[in-house]
Design a protein around this ligand. Structure first.
Ligand SMILES: N[C@@H](CCOP(=O)(O)O)C(=O)O
Length: 435
């Protein structure tokens, strides 16, 4: 499989180059040259396959022969070492729980898969690589954990000061070792812009080898397809149809699901549920893509005004808005609705939503009501993070009911270590050059 830059289709690279570079030199995201199709027999019998085989079947065409089968299978086994259960919440509504990994968010899958691929590609290379990553909350912790102590790799995480939760900040700032956190006086979009500018800076590139671990990197983006296949495996024998509602910020997760659908996974419809950072819902209505400034919300990991991966979604639909509308609906919800839904779902169904899951639940409910879907349709919202990550901003009535998983209990006592930087690319460049 080869990959082309979405800024210039003539710029074509291997999977390895796409992973190691992260972003094309023209700032374009890489996109696969062709969309492979799942075999009918595989989809018809998906429930008979184990999770590792499903993931291998989904990803192998994208990797081609650039990683030997046994190594790729091992990377997948290391990536998927925790469960991805579909939990019934009410009637035909299900939560696909993606928070059972080490950092309690769905980003663990992409971060671990990418760390495995990068480790393989750099096995004979002694030059250190710097993984540069921008986070609005969850990516940073997952990347820090996934790349912690990986030889020859140093991770630099940019996060918006005062805009991540207490636990998210602890996950980013307490590992130390090969992980450094830069606390930027700006928004996530500012952090993402600084990271993308660094990839275009030839002078900096000559000084240090840089790659990205945001979902702009194909090895972070594509393994997110696994969630949708693993959910379908659990639901297929009970439902002919499935609708996924995906809490969306940088749109990598939903874009991976839509890639799986383009490969043949029978998904009836996708709902991209956002908070008030509604660039995509507005685009779907008006055809105008006008990102403004991000607004801080309860679902902070989705506080993204200019989602990087939306161009990939457009590419999947040959940039046709009418074609995209056939498969995707996008709806935004404010914090008032989010908090009220968290309280209501707990009261009525004893299911503890996190704010991102609550936005996903709201989008699903609205879409199913509007379309009058019957009980032959499983409605699945993605529970992308554990509620404890947002315990400090959860409605007061829920705070003492949120259980802290053992694997993060010790984090609260650890000391935060972060370097404060202004919202200014030159400050980042100077820091990277000096360090
Ligand atoms: N929601 C993200 C923002 C970055 O998204 P990514 O999937 O492109 O890394 C976060 O939690 O940091």
């Amino acid at each position: 499989m080869k990959y082309f830059s979405l800024q210039n289709k003539q710029h074509i690279v291997s999977f390895e180059d796409a992973v190691v570079q992260g972003l094309a030199p023209d700032k374009g995201l890489y996109f696969p040259e062709r969309i492979p199709a799942f075999e009918k027999d595989f989809l018809d019998n998906i429930e008979k396959h184990n999770d590792l085989d499903i993931a291998y079947t989904a990803i192998r065409s994208f990797v081609g022969d650039e990683i030997p089968e046994a190594t790729l299978r091992q990377i997948i086994a290391d990536t998927l070492s925790f469960p991805f259960p579909v939990q019934k919440v009410a009637g035909d509504i299900y939560a696909l729980e993606l928070f059972h990994g080490p950092t309690l968010a769905f980003k663990d899958v992409g971060a671990r898969f990418m760390a495995g691929c990068l480790g393989y590609f750099r096995r004979n290379d002694t030059r250190p690589v710097t993984v540069l990553v921008a986070t609005s909350g969850d990516t940073g912790g997952a990347v820090a954990h996934g790349f912690y102590n990986v030889p020859g790799v140093r991770v630099v995480i940019l996060y918006p000061s005062g805009k991540v939760s207490t636990l998210q900040e602890k996950q980013l700032t307490t590992l130390n070792g090969n992980i450094t956190a830069l606390e930027i006086a700006g928004t996530f979009d500012d952090c993402q812009r600084m990271v993308k500018t660094a990839f275009l800076d030839a002078e900096l590139q000559a000084h240090c080898l840089l790659t990205s671990a945001n979902s702009i990197n194909v090895a972070r983006w594509l393994p997110q397809m696994f969630y949708y296949l693993l959910a379908w495996k659990q639901l297929k024998t009970s439902y002919p149809n499935v609708v996924f509602s995906v809490p969306s910020g940088n749109f990598g997760n939903i874009c991976a699901g839509m890639m799986a659908a383009a490969m043949g996974l029978p998904v009836t419809h996708f709902v991209a549920s956002t908070n008030v950072n509604d660039t995509v819902p507005r685009f779907m209505q008006t055809g105008q893509y006008t990102p403004g400034q991000a607004t801080p919300t309860l679902s902070n990991a989705m506080d993204v005004a200019d989602p990087s991966n939306f161009v990939r979604i457009l590419e999947l639909f040959s940039n046709s808005l009418p074609a995209l509308k056939e498969k995707l609906t996008s709806i935004s919800f404010d914090d008032k609705a989010t908090a009220a839904t968290m309280e209501q779902v707990w009261k009525e169904h004893q299911y503890m939503l996190d704010p991102h899951g609550a936005v996903g639940y709201l989008g699903l409910q609205q879409y199913l009501q509007q379309t009058g879907a019957g009980n032959d349709t499983a409605g699945v919202f993605l529970e992308t993070a554990h509620p404890v990550k947002f315990a400090d901003t959860a409605p007061a009535s829920l705070q003492d009911k949120i259980v802290t998983p053992e694997r993060v209990q010790s984090l609260y006592a650890l000391e935060k270590k972060a370097v404060q930087l202004p919202n200014d690319y030159k400050a980042l460049k100077d820091w990277l050059t000096a360090n």
